[in-house]
Design a protein around this ligand. Sequence first.
Ligand SMILES: [Zn+2]
Length: 473
Amino acid sequence: MPDCPPPSFDPLRLAVQQWNVGALAAQTLWTRGLGSEAVAASARQRWVRLAHHARTHSPFYRKRWRHLPAGALAPADVPVVTKDELMASFDDWCTDRAIAWRDVAAFLAARAHIGERFLGKYLVWTSSGTSGRPGVFVQDDAALAAYDAVVSVQLGGATLAGCDWTAAIGHGGRAALVAADCDHFASIVSWRRVARGKPWLAMTSFAVTLPVGAIVAGLNAYQPAFLAGYPTVLALLAAEQRAGRLAIRPAALWAGGEVLSPAARAAIEQAFGCPLVNEYGASECLTIGYGCPAGWLHVNADWVLLEPVDADGRATPPGELSHTVLVTNLANAVQPVIRYDLGDRVRVAPARCPCGDPLPAIQVEGRCDDVLALAARDGTLVRLVPLALATVVETQARLHRFQIVQRGADRVQLRLAAADRARAGAQAVAALRGYFARQGLANVRVTLARDEPQLDPRDGKLRQVVGRKGSDP
Ligand SMILES: [Zn+2]
């Protein structure tokens, strides 16, 4: 139910941050107003600073780039990095020698620390990777100010021009987030950071693993003016709103973390009668781009370098779907993410977007898991969002490579790698059974499959949650 983190309010730090965010937002707006060449020039300046900083202060990059010529480097000169490589050299990756993996791991081990500052100055969050170990990302104040500035520019943009601000004020400007809150994930960490730093704001969050009825009851009681969540969560809540069980009148919605199709976006906006801001981001780079009314995502090209590439690392031409995308986060200096293989498949628009936004437009084929519709004992269908299912397995069984497959109206199988099956299979099955029971689905049979997680033949990616055809809402 609604949670209110104890405020840790530091007026001086807040004043400095507010000043930085305001200045950066004004600068970002100004640069973008000058057009795409000014945006590219701004990115080049930030790239030069970041590359120099990484080479000077990160032993990892110094070593990886030792064969490169001294002096200024172009992005294409430097080698691609992966999460496994960076995590294996965590201490050397960071540019502040005071950051040690041992201390970060101890900090992350306590849930009470979610949204608090590590070493009194850094924010830390962890990603829920679909393969290998999860990534852990340390953010400095400059990066947080840049993310806030970019979001405030987006909120002032065209999408929210028609927003019903009278309704928002009438609802006390209350904001609610529905997200995975049981670990240090980026969305809940960012949310709690704002809530702790600005205790006068009315903000609350609901765990995505709660039964839908409990989330609906909580939102009905809270009546948020702003509602944020994963697209599949918002789609589920839109269905509840259409059915009349949920009755809220938000002024704006925010979605991120998963791919949002234009059809799903339209259905959600129609159900709630307000605009939806769609954000494309990742734990590695919190704000990569944002959705536009024409259905494209525009890259924050002044703060992020995004390079779609083929399987051999060559640039993918506009209009074609890439094999993966390399991301460089130009905002964060404490733990540089430079030409990082993000894994998303991206298509760059071959021409300027019809919406008129000069920033490059892309489409992303990212996480694309299914919503499961399972039958309770009395035949009622209960819909479960993939994020909730994945969170249960990841946090309770500490597994990251798995696949939940619906096999029948009330049957689910869990696919694990052979080693994981022996080590944590029983624990994962018990965690899923417990979760289903809390959703009124104690009748659902959960078994361990004999086969391992299988990649989708269409794109070679691992889907964590696979439903039966036609089971999506
Ligand atoms: Zn556009």
